[in-house]
Ligand binder design. Sequence first.
Ligand code: HEM
Length: 288
Amino acid sequence: MPWTACLVKFNPIIGYFVTENSKFPLWCLKQIQKRLATQPSVPNPTPAPQKKDFMTRFLDAAKTSQPPGYNIPQVLNWLLVNTMAGADTTAFVLTAILYYLLRSPSKKAILLQELDAANLSYPVSWQQSQHLPYLSACIKEGLRLHPPIGMGLERVVPPAGLAMPDGYVLPAGTHVSMNPWIVNRQPAVFGERVDDFIPERWMKGKGEEEAEYKRRVGRMKRADLVFGGGVRACTGKYVSFLEMYKVLPTLLGVFEVGLVDEGEWETVNRWVVRQEGVRCWLRRRGKG
Ligand code: HEM
């Protein structure tokens, strides 16, 4: 409902009462200050090799800007994007995949068997994780069932209008959007039991012809709006994949994980769909 923006987002009175928005920038600013405090005041001509994280790279990139020195607002901007767009989104998907796996012992057993047979080194590398088909299917199924962004992101119909499959043409300027929570539960695209966690739907079925499998998976992939679509699609998609493909096999390969509570989780949609009531215990595997 775009008109609600006039009531909330663009309403100057609301701004007097809302202080939440400043939490993220302040937290990010503190991280920059902490990191800068660790930098030597005189550059070391032979610095010890160090692993570069996002912050190191942002500071390096901002150093070359004009005027010379660190462009702190720019670093703050990049950090904010990373933390606001990238942290909770990925965490919610990981939580969902874990939750579904822990509630489906047979699926968890298949994944553990795959991990154990792969003779992995820990932490699992990106390269190793690319040879784990069941892991990949679990991640795709988790993203399908629990897209972190639970609202349609709007686009505006261009001057030529937008022809719908039934021939109706939406006029220029119309706001359109599709919510991945709805799209991802269409049986015509995703097959049977769309509310259930079934990683196998992403894999080749027993006796399924290769061509049919490709057509079926292609249909699901084309409907994928979890990371948005078009020119404004998520720029962090592959950072998120990198995290998920490494964290999940490492966590489940090293630890035995279980749910503390037997009850169902609660999900709350506040633009991002977060979960409540998912508490886990961990124990090193093979330690009894
Ligand atoms: C599972 C994890 C993630 C999901 C589901 C997700 C989803 C999305 C979606 C739906 C959009 C809007 C796309 C559109 O309007 O069509 C978006 C935009 C964006 N995301 Fe993500 N995201 C994730 C992780 C990340 C990460 C890890 C980062 C950064 C490290 C990131 C950075 C961004 C940025 C910068 C944009 C704005 C792109 C633009 O407007 O040009 N996201 N994301």
